[in-house]
Ligand binder design. Structure first.
Ligand code: TXA
Ligand code: MG
Length: 332
């Protein structure tokens, strides 16, 4: 199936009709491409799990046109949800709130909560509005990659993942490049479940309070969800994360172990020993690295490198999202 142009209103309508009829669609957002199906029809949402090979107990994010549509899915709307949605929607922030028991049961994996997000992408918003006009209340949409793999940031990546039988709406390269930050506001204390390009400091400033962070170590009650699995976002090649000042030694130590295939290196300083190395230059700006990261990992995979050596990002919360994705990519 050819890519549909996100710039063509007829293509948006075609995609919306396909969704309304219960179909699956690759669609752009400002973070990464999503694999969408209507969230308000359980059989449609179930198609996502089957296509991704995703365990059915891993909940999906539901994309909505805004706060009003969020109320169709939310059983209640905590004050902190209102503050964060007013401040950051449309945008790369997902809010976990109590779920209306009768809707999105499959999308939410049966949890008493639902994750909601209004994406800041003109094509995604046009699609959501067109679909809403056809009775679709929200679009369940995990990243459009097979379970555990690198998220797609271009329409061509989605085709690489699912082949050309999937309908894909092309909205160009994603502006942010890593998935949304997720904040659970369903309980007393807001918890940052997944860092994104929106930093913890931005979210805390809006809430005027500190965020508890993470669920793996500190929050035993929180659901076990794939964004929280230690190993995720992995390219085919093995990823090694190394401190900048140890990169040259690490590559030196590799010696001639490589079996004729080269090694990928993603670092700010080009390695001293250039062969047999495919080097990708890393920016010093965290938003640029977020923007490039998944395309770089996919590109190095396409080059057939045997392993990817990545420079550890600097300290500081601006790098949290990138550091999180890299640590998971490097875990097997
Ligand atoms: O930027 C994004 O968030 C992208 C685009 C397409 O919007 N979507 C995305 O979806 O990253 P996915 O499925 O790859 O990650 C969704 C994550 C899950 O891994 C899980 O951590 C969390 O959302 N999640 C969903 N529902 C939840 C819930 N009820 N409680 C806690 N976490 C939830
Ligand atoms: Mg994902």
């Amino acid at each position: 199936m050819p890519l549909l142009s996100g710039r063509d209103p007829r293509c948006i309508l075609q995609a919306a009709k396909h969704l309304a009829a219960g179909g699956l669609l690759g669609f752009p957002t400002e973070t990464v491409y999503g694999l969408g199906a209507r969230a308000d029809v359980d059989t449609a949402a179930a198609g996502i799990f089957a296509a991704k090979g995703r365990p059915v107990d891993h909940p999906l994010i539901v994309h909505v046109t805004g706060v009003e549509a969020a109320h169709d899915f939310a059983a209640s709307w905590p004050a902190s949800a209102e503050v964060l949605a007013q401040r950051f929607w449309p945008g790369p922030l997902t809010l976990v709130v109590p779920r209306r028991p009768a809707v999105a049961g499959v999308a939410a994996a049966g949890l008493p909560t639902v994750a909601l997000r209004c994406p800041d992408h003109p094509v995604a918003l046009a699609l959501l509005r067109e679909a809403a006009g056809l009775g679709v209340r929200g679009l369940a949409g995990p990243s459009a990659n097979r379970f555990g793999r690198v998220s797609p940031t271009r329409a061509s990546h989605v085709v690489d993942e699912f082949g050309d039988s999937l309908m894909v709406l092309d909205g160009g390269p994603c502006r942010e490049g890593i998935e949304s930050a997720i904040v659970d506001v369903s309980r007393e204390e807001p918890v940052l479940l997944r860092p994104g390009t929106l930093t913890r400091a931005h979210i805390e400033a809006a809430l005027r309070r500190d965020l508890a962070v993470g669920l793996r170590d500190r929050d035993a009650q929180a659901p076990r969800v794939p964004g929280s699995l230690a190993a995720h976002y992995a390219p085919r090649a093995r990823v090694h994360l190394v401190p900048a000042d140890r990169m040259d030694d690490a590559l030196q130590a590799l010696g001639h172990q490589h079996d004729g295939r080269s090694v990928g290196v993603y670092s700010r300083q080009p390695p001293r020993n250039r062969s047999p190395i495919v080097h990708r230059a890393m920016s010093g700006d965290p938003s640029e690295v977020a923007h490039d990261l998944f395309a770089v990992l996919r590109g190095l995979d396409d080059e057939g490198v045997q392993a990817i050596w990545v420079e550890m990002p600097p300290e500081g919360t601006a790098w949290d999202g990138v550091r999180d994705r890299l640590q998971r990519a490097a875990t097997r």
